[in-house]
Design a protein around this ligand. Structure first.
Ligand code: 8GT
Ligand code: MN
Length: 575
């Protein structure tokens, strides 16, 4: 129901979250008392250079946009924020300005620069993509002018930007702060060894979105292409270059390209791609790659759980091109998808000999592909975590947990949920956790919360820990679904990773599962090459004598490796 129609006695009491969001609305609306005013967001369409049909399209998108804080499959909860977009006729009143203009001079013909700096100025794609995903997306990726990137990120009305940048302070203060770090909320101290041009990602600040996000996304297409083609070394080169650019705190333009050339892991080939991007706003090879059937098929195939690049190449070589082809190949008919998803179709049911629970085969992966490819909003990650921990409390009391992965790094939406679990009792907690993973998964399965298990193990990742009396990490990769409670709107299947760690390795597990991938890779490399240590999710040890360390906090993990602690939201060293 649009908030404008909500009767006054139904007014929601503002949650801390909605309060925070309010501060991003334009002055006209921040002090408004009615629910409608509080929840509206003003969009100004700058018609300069814009085709009449585009203006019409964008206006209609604004008129029909109803934003729910939660996933469309989920019921709107009491207290959740519902927002409406409104077209405004004066740029001064706008929270967001949508424009096709990309140059300062041209923009200044229509909007005063001092006003422009106080707005989020985006391309029409921001509106289109927000409508498609039914939520206000972060603006940085859609900044219309590179010069106003920082301001656009800061003034963006989406919730996550509020975590990224402080909402107070003048532009000049802001610009001073970002001179070293891309994220002014975590300025780099003078005596710090953190540097954006450091060789190791674990010595750089890598924000979720960087000033060169557009470039990074183009390079990521080439990285993915190399990976799908099995060119692993080339893929790694791109991955390293991407992670270095993620930490570079300035918008790359012709004037500072020499600085980029001096960064580590930027070779001649990648440098020429960057140059091309600066000159033409795109990389021609990306266009070619995106139009290749082979690339497109491989991207589609690898989106299915259980299909990696090698399988995708085999499938392609045997003549398969589309998901439809795959469905025929694996004999999955779209009509039976619901049954497969719910384990009702015996023909598709594959029970693991080790766990006795239904396994996620490629067939099931195909049936569930649409649901599993949907991004998970933070609120649902939290809800699933609560449900899982509630169930765990029935089996064992005193457990502790951290939601890790992309969620911990501040992502607005995740592909899966990663939870690291341990026990608060440092002395006997190990015994308390042992075997708990399998018990919990069985319980969740019996409750209908876990539908499939892809992998369940108790494993020794860390060789030198073999002296301990039990495997230090147990993990389950499963498919989870929140209960529907008979409501019409159904929840969707989600991927859930559960990692159980003995208390002495809880913090190494938390660090190891927080990511991002490149941050983790460099953490291990740094430990080995620079410090003579071995770091893994299941422990830290000294290489020459296998001495084990048991850090009691995350900061201690960093200290042991002679690293400065880096806030999780600055460990986004991948795309
Ligand atoms: P996403 O879930 O939104 O895609 O983003 P993410 O949370 O960063 O990705 P992820 O694939 O869920 O991985 C989370 C972290 O766990 C990453 O840092 C990854 O390196 C790490 N990780 C795995 N698998 C394993 C594993 O088997 N062992 C260890 N130690 N770490 C792993 O993904
Ligand atoms: Mn994850």
């Amino acid at each position: 129901m649009p908030s404008s129609k909500r009767p006054s006695n139904e007014k929601l009491s503002p949650s801390p979250r909605s309060k925070r969001r309010r501060s991003y609305l334009s002055d006209t609306y921040t002090d408004a008392s009615s629910d409608f005013q509080e929840q509206s967001l003003n969009v100004f369409i700058l018609d300069a250079k814009m085709k009449p049909e585009t203006i019409e399209e964008l206006s209609s998108l604004i008129d029909n946009f109803h934003h729910f804080d939660k996933h469309p499959f989920l019921k709107e909860k009491e207290g959740s924020t519902q927002r409406q977009l409104r077209i405004c006729s004066s740029v001064k009143d706008a929270d967001v300005v949508v424009t096709v203009v990309q140059m300062r001079k041209r923009l200044e013909r229509h909007v005063d620069w001092s006003i422009a700096r106080r707005k989020a100025i985006v391309t029409p794609s921001w509106l289109r993509d927000s409508v498609t995903s039914r939520q206000l997306l972060p603006c940085g990726k859609y900044a219309a002018l590179g010069e106003l990137y920082e301001q656009t990120v800061r003034n963006c009305p989406d919730a996550d930007c509020s975590q990224k940048f402080p909402d107070a302070g003048s532009d000049s203060e802001f610009l001073q702060e970002v001179s070293e770090s891309s994220d002014p909320k975590h300025p780099i101290k003078k005596d710090s060894k953190i540097r954006y041009n450091h060789r190791y990602a674990c010595m750089r600040h890598s924000p979720l979105l960087c000033p060169n996000q557009g470039l990074v996304e183009r390079l990521a297409i080439l990285r993915r292409h190399r990976e799908l083609e099995g060119l692993d070394m080339q893929a790694l080169s791109y991955e390293r270059a991407i992670s270095v650019i993620k930490a570079f705190p300035h918008h790359i333009i012709a004037d500072n390209i020499h600085e980029v050339s001096d960064l580590p892991h930027i070779g001649q080939k990648i440098r020429s791609k960057i140059q091309e991007f600066i000159q033409h706003g795109d990389i021609s090879e990306c266009k070619n790659v995106l139009s290749e059937t082979r690339y497109r098929s491989s991207v589609d195939f690898t989106a299915i759980y259980g299909v990696g690049p090698v399988t995708a190449r085999k499938l392609y070589s045997s003549g398969l091109r589309t998901i439809n082809d795959l469905e025929k190949h694996y004999e999955v008919s779209p009509q039976t998808n619901d049954d497969i998803a719910n384990n009702l179709s015996q023909g598709y049911r594959l029970v693991s000999s080790t766990t006795g629970l239904p396994q996620l085969s490629i067939k099931v992966g195909l049936a569930l592909r649409e649901e599993l490819s949907l991004q998970i909003p933070r609120s649902e990650v939290e809800e699933i975590h609560d449900v899982v921990m509630n169930e765990l409390a029935h089996i064992r009391s005193g457990c502790v947990s951290t939601i890790t992965g992309g969620y911990r790094r501040g992502k607005a939406e995740s592909n899966d949920i990663d939870i690291v679990v341990s026990h608060k009792d440092l002395k006997c907690g190990g015994d308390q956790v042992k075997g708990l993973c399998a018990k919990l998964v069985k319980r969740l399965y019996d409750q209908g919360l876990v539908t499939h298990v892809m992998h369940m193990s108790s494993f020794r990742e860390h060789d030198t820990l073999r002296t301990t009396h039990w495997d230090s990490l147990e993990k389950a990769l499963a498919v989870f679904i929140l209960p529907s409670h008979g409501k019409e709107q159904k929840h969707v299947h989600r991927r859930l990773d559960l990692i159980f760690a003995a208390p002495e390795v809880y913090w190494t597990a938390v660090v190891g599962w927080t990511g991002s991938k490149m941050f983790e890779r460099d953490l291990r490399l740094w430990a080995k090459q620079e410090k003579g240590m071995k770091f893994g999710s299941s422990g830290i040890s000294r290489l020459h004598d296998s001495k084990l360390y048991f850090p009691k906090s995350e900061r201690e993990v960093f200290e042991l490796l002679d690293l400065e602690w880096i806030h999780p939201t600055l460990r986004n060293a991948d795309l």
